[in-house]
Design a protein around this ligand. Structure first.
Ligand SMILES: CCCCCCCCCCCCCCCC(=O)SCCNC(=O)CCNC(=O)[C@H](O)C(C)(C)COP(=O)(O)OP(=O)(O)OC[C@H]1O[C@@H](n2cnc3c(N)ncnc32)[C@H](O)[C@@H]1OP(=O)(O)O
Length: 224
């Protein structure tokens, strides 16, 4: 099976210009989501705001992409993860996280989660914690430039994760053939709130293309 991306020839300057338009718009929609869960105005204001949102929807709905943002790419398989729900430039669901990584297989991010991500009162929804851990694990594993997918993800929720400023760290622990074992945790003001173990798998369909980079030679530990 081929790469699941549709290549296009969008240049870097065009991409940057596109981001300049969409990023502020997405930020505004994210604030709208926050207002949706936090605003305390009366019913007339809510109805008036709904009409404004519906007008915006009519304008945006005039044209639609033929693929998802994740499927569209650029020449050379460079990916445009603009629709990603954790880091996407065009996804207001994304907090968004800015994730740093290094080639040794470590990834980390300092981020903020507001009331739109609440599960238990004042705490982050466990599924959101898992979403963020999965993504940042993906960056740690992807730092080795191997396209791998989460096979198994185990999370131990040590204590509630408070809404607010948080940090996530992930690291590759070892590679065993097509399996990449990795770990991660989310840190709140009082230390780790959730600790994860994961096994990423290089899917069968990618193994032939990557046979040089996978195997016993990749064994190693980079716990961070
Ligand atoms: C180019 C670089 C770009 C860099 C860019 C950087 C940025 C990068 C950011 C990405 C950020 C995304 C981060 C989100 C990550 C997701 O959310 S991924 C989405 C969630 N995961 C899925 O949807 C996966 C669904 N499952 C599958 O597609 C397939 O089951 C899998 C996992 C690919 C495995 O299928 P397969 O390739 O056919 O595997 P198979 O040959 O049967 O088994 C191979 C080995 O793996 C083991 N295995 C199979 N399945 C599993 C499993 N689920 N658990 C544990 N072990 C398993 C088998 O037992 C076997 O082991 P051995 O017998 O060899 O010892």
């Amino acid at each position: 099976m081929a790469w699941p991306y549709v290549a296009d020839d969008t240049s870097d300057p065009l991409l940057a210009a596109d981001a300049e338009v969409w990023q502020p718009f997405t930020d505004a929609v994210r604030e709208l989501v926050d207002a949706c869960v936090q605003s305390d105005v009366d019913a007339d204001d809510v109805r008036a705001a709904q009409a404004d949102v519906e007008a915006a929807l009519a304008r945006l709905g005039k044209a639609r992409l033929s693929t998802t943002l994740g499927q569209s790419g650029t020449v050379g398989s460079r990916r445009r993860a603009w629709g990603n729900p954790v880091i996407g430039v065009r996804n207001p669901i994304a907090p968004p996280l800015h994730v740093d990584s290094d080639p040794a297989g470590r990834a980390w991010s300092d981020f903020h989660l507001g009331p739109a991500y609440e599960g238990p009162p004042g705490l982050v929804h466990g599924g959101v914690v898992s979403l963020i851990i999965d993504q940042v694990l993906g960056h740690a594993v992807g730092a080795g430039r191997q396209p791998a997918m989460t096979g198994t993800l185990t999370i131990r929720y040590e204590r509630g994760t408070p809404l607010g400023d948080l940090r996530v760290e992930a690291w590759v622990e070892r590679r065993e053939g097509v399996k990449i074992h990795a770990g991660a945790h989310v840190l709140g003001p009082d230390g780790p709130t959730a600790v994860a173990e994961a096994v990423f798998i290089v899917p069968r369909r990618f193994r032939d293309q990557l046979s040089d980079g996978i195997g016993a030679a990749d064994q190693g530990s980079t716990q961070g």
